[in-house]
Ligand binder design. Structure first.
Ligand SMILES: Cc1cc2nc3c(=O)[nH]c(=O)nc-3n(C[C@H](O)[C@H](O)[C@H](O)COP(=O)(O)OP(=O)(O)OC[C@H]3O[C@@H](n4cnc5c(N)ncnc54)[C@H](O)[C@@H]3O)c2cc1C
Length: 442
């Protein structure tokens, strides 16, 4: 009888659990171990809890076609179907649909401003035809005027935490395909004829979407945990690894409590620095991340917006998005509750009090919150956003290749150091599991 292959999956975020779940479906072929350093599964899918309320660290909206639900169909049933209602605060501080509509643009810039933006878009087809930097790529499609005056430039700089021309174009365009599809001259002209409520720059096409249940992400990941255990996965939570070494054709992992285990394959979804330390191949050059500061609030009073997720397209305040959970789960003791996301660089000294005061002053001036804001706490996530600076892509590719050459398989947002959504992370995880299965089935 064929010996079962021992597979170690490092990291129990969405990527790790999907790879584990897919391989465990073939448990006559694979003996799967999932190693997670924290006491719970889920990774970035985590909650801040206060007064019995669950806050996410940002906006997590999952299409019903998400691969997590393909691997764990029972999870979809416990999620909450929502209407994906996204808004934005325009450069002039008005509320618009996300990211920006023709009427919103006209309200901020006048009819003549809109007409000249259309002409400018035509001009930019010539001026920026090389599309060699991120700003020139976007200006080619939507024009310099719309890029600037819709607040998109400011938002992109806040999203990536750096000047737009510093962002690597190859990396950024992966996330900007909607602009390519929707913002041609022809598309804008057609929209102008269709009416003013039409989106000027198309939002991502998310129709059937869900959010986690009101009990928090742990309800999802406890369900996942049960399924994995039932499928025979060895689940090692609260598990600290000391080293990962090559041994024969496979690998030996040493654990903090002094035990060691042999595996045929190791799939790493943990940060590249962490796995490099474990295999004793320190990085030549540190990879760069942006931190995420999440501020959690309750609010009693009148909300000045009706969207679930409100994006900041102004250039006056550093917050990126507000996600209002009470829009999904209902108010609590009459209060709305929400999270504010603020991206911070590694170099930034984090003064939470100053960030909080700055946010409160700005949104109250805008009239977004007429009433009492009640600060509930904050959380900082270190490895929230991988950063790809211009001309640094090759260094990242080389680092990943050297780990792969050593024998590791890399997957996920941290493991691959890629700014991917959980949708893509989970889809890639299924492809990786299928590839591993194919290696033994043929
Ligand atoms: C604010 C925010 C909002 C987002 N919104 C969306 C959204 O709406 N839709 C969407 O599709 N995506 C969204 N994403 C992206 C999505 O959350 C990520 O792509 C996804 O969660 C990444 O999963 P992962 O398993 O690859 O990584 P992670 O979730 O980071 O998991 C890595 C795991 O490895 C563990 N680990 C680390 N070091 C070690 C070690 N030494 N040993 C063992 N384990 C270790 C960690 O504890 C963690 O559990 C959002 C991201 C953020 C930050």
């Amino acid at each position: 009888m064929e010996v079962r292959k021992k597979i170690a999956i490092l990291g129990g975020g969405v990527t790790g659990v999907v790879v584990a779940g897919e391989l465990a479906k073939d448990n006559t072929l694979f003996d799967v171990t999932l190693i997670e350093k924290s006491s719970v599964l889920g990774g970035l899918h985590r909650n801040f809890k206060k007064d019995g309320l669950n806050y996410d660290i940002g906006a997590f909206v999952l299409p019903t076609s998400h691969s997590l639900f393909k691997t764990f169909p029972e999870v979809k049933k416990i999620c909450l179907q929502i209407k994906n209602n996204m808004g934005s605060v325009t450069l002039n501080g008005n509320i618009d649909k996300y990211p920006c509509t023709i009427s919103g643009y006209i309200r901020d810039n006048g009819i003549s401003g809109f007409a000249s933006a259309c002409l400018n878009t035509i001009l930019c087809k010539f001026q920026h035809r090389d599309r060699s930097t991120l700003p020139s790529f976007i200006k080619y499609y939507i024009g310099a005027d719309i890029y600037e005056k819709s607040g998109l430039r400011g938002y992109i700089e806040r999203l990536y935490g750096m000047k737009d021309e510093e962002v690597d174009i190859e990396f950024a365009t992966k996330r900007l395909s909607e602009i390519q599809k929707a913002a041609s001259i022809k598309a804008i002209a057609t929209k102008a004829l269709r009416g003013r409520r039409t989106a000027l720059v198309e939002p991502p096409t998310l129709k059937e979407v869900v959010v986690r249940p009101s009990e928090g992400f742990q309800k999802i990941y406890k369900t996942v945990e049960k399924t994995l255990i039932a499928q025979g996965v060895n689940l090692s939570l609260n598990c600290e690894m000391k080293s990962v070494n090559r041994k024969g054709e496979g690998f030996e992992i040493k654990f903090a409590e002094g035990t060691k285990e042999y595996y045929d394959r190791v799939i790493s979804t943990i940060p590249i620095e962490a796995i490099s330390r474990l295999i004793d191949q320190p990085l030549q050059k540190q990879l760069e991340y942006k931190k995420l500061l999440s501020l959690f609030y309750r609010f009693s009073g009148e909300l000045g917006y009706d969207s679930n997720i409100l994006h900041n397209f102004t250039n006056k305040s550093p917050w990126k998005r507000i996600t209002t959970f009470s829009k999904y789960y209902g108010t609590y003791e009459g209060d709305e509750y929400f999270v504010v996301e603020i991206t911070l660089g590694d170099e930034d000294k984090i003064d939470i009090e100053q960030q909080k005061q700055e946010f409160e002053r700005y949104v109250q001036n805008l009239g977004l919150f007429q009433g009492q804001l009640k600060f509930q706490g904050s959380l900082i996530i270190g490895n929230a956003y991988p950063v790809y600076r211009r001309n640094c892509l090759q260094g990242v590719v080389d680092t990943k290749q050297s780990l792969q050459k050593w024998g590791l398989e890399l997957a996920g947002r941290q493991g691959e150091f890629d700014y991917i959504s959980s949708y893509d992370a989970a889809a890639n995880a299924i492809s990786l599991a299928n590839k591993i299965k194919a290696d033994y089935c043929n």
